[in-house]
Design a protein around this ligand. Structure first.
Ligand code: PEP
Ligand code: MG
Length: 316
């Protein structure tokens, strides 16, 4: 008993029957690394590199500056995974030198990967800086693109990574419903998927994530969102690849169990949530998580889904 609770207080993420679900940290830069290590993160599942660009929104940071910052993060997880997201500019993260000023609907405009494909020199500099930062380190580097809509987007990103000779796994974030609906097709071009549930909820429900009045529709317990998660994990299984979650949904311990039951292969969240997610996951078997996931998907609303999952997980 005591050993079980100690194991749950630290160590790798797993269900009570030993199904491993790596618990990773979302970070914005080297300043967040200490808290991630402290919380026992098994690596970084989302390094939001745009924070480095927000220091001066009139131009991109130099290649040298980028290399220095990336290296600090990579060095902190010598044998762990680090998933770096390339610049996600636009919409809620505008940058003066990149983001068009006159878009009527910035969230539906040129943002994320779309911005980088319009400014290939910015993407090339970032990928080269990452390649240089990883040089000689045993880290397991993964690089992913935000706002991938389809297979063509995934291919354009993978091509850009290959062009600079980056030795890493290339992945696509699933933040747009089209990418979830055709996840198998996206996976023809990249090696992993990472569900960005914040934007995926925004685009699934046509509910701006910055509008608090629409919170009901941005709730990641919405069964429609769980359906898109399931489509993505099923595609990953069919292609023999991985599909993690790096949106806020992963930080809710109960939802983390449901996501595990849906077949998600890793959970990335703000460091503060890691101990809670680890402890909750360690109390349930994979089969219980699967039953909770089925109950949540069978519900008709977010609140019913939460109650149904809670009933399954506490009743056993
Ligand atoms: C997301 O959209 O869920 C995500 C992880 O990315 P961000 O919140 O940075 O847009
Ligand atoms: Mg996003």
């Amino acid at each position: 008993e005591r050993r079980a609770s100690l194991a749950a207080a630290s160590g790798p993420g797993a269900t009570s029957d030993g199904h491993k679900v790596p618990l990773l940290a979302n970070i914005g830069g080297p300043d967040d690394v200490g808290a991630a290590v402290e919380a026992g993160a098994e690596g970084v599942g989302l390094f939001r590199t745009e924070f480095l660009f927000l220091d001066d929104s009139s131009r991109a940071p130099s290649a040298e500056r980028q290399t220095e910052v990336y290296r600090k993060v990579l060095e902190a997880f010598p044998h762990g995974r680090v998933v770096v997201r390339v610049l996600d500019a636009g919409a809620d993260k505008p940058l003066d030198f990149l983001t068009p000023a006159d878009e009527p609907n910035p969230a539906l405009g040129v943002r994320g990967l779309r911005t980088l494909l319009d400014h290939p020199e910015v993407l090339r500099t970032q990928l080269s800086a990452l390649a240089e930062a990883a040089e000689g380190l045993p880290v397991y580097l993964e690089v992913m693109a935000p706002m991938v809509a389809d297979r063509a987007d995934a291919r354009a990103f993978a091509d850009a990574c290959r062009e600079v000779g980056l030795r890493a796994k290339f992945g696509a974030m699933v933040e747009i419903p089209s990418a979830a609906l055709r996840a198998r097709s996206v996976l023809q071009e990249v090696e992993f998927l990472s569900l960005g549930t914040n934007d995926l909820a925004q685009y699934t429900f046509a509910a701006d994530r910055q509008v608090g009045a629409l919170a009901r529709l941005q709730d990641p317990w919405q069964p429609a969102l769980l359906d898109l998660v399931a489509l993505s994990t099923e595609a990953a299984v069919a292609e023999g690849k991985s599909c993690g979650v790096c949106g806020e949904a992963a930080a809710d311990p109960l939802l983390a169990c449901v996501l595990t039951g849906l077949g998600v292969t890793s959970l990335s969240m703000g460091a503060a949530a890691i101990p809670y997610v680890r402890a909750t996951l360690a109390k349930h078997t994979l089969a219980q998580c699967e039953r909770a996931a089925a109950a949540a998907r069978a519900a008709e609303s977010a609140s019913e889904a939460r109650a149904a999952a809670q009933a399954v997980l506490s009743g056993e």
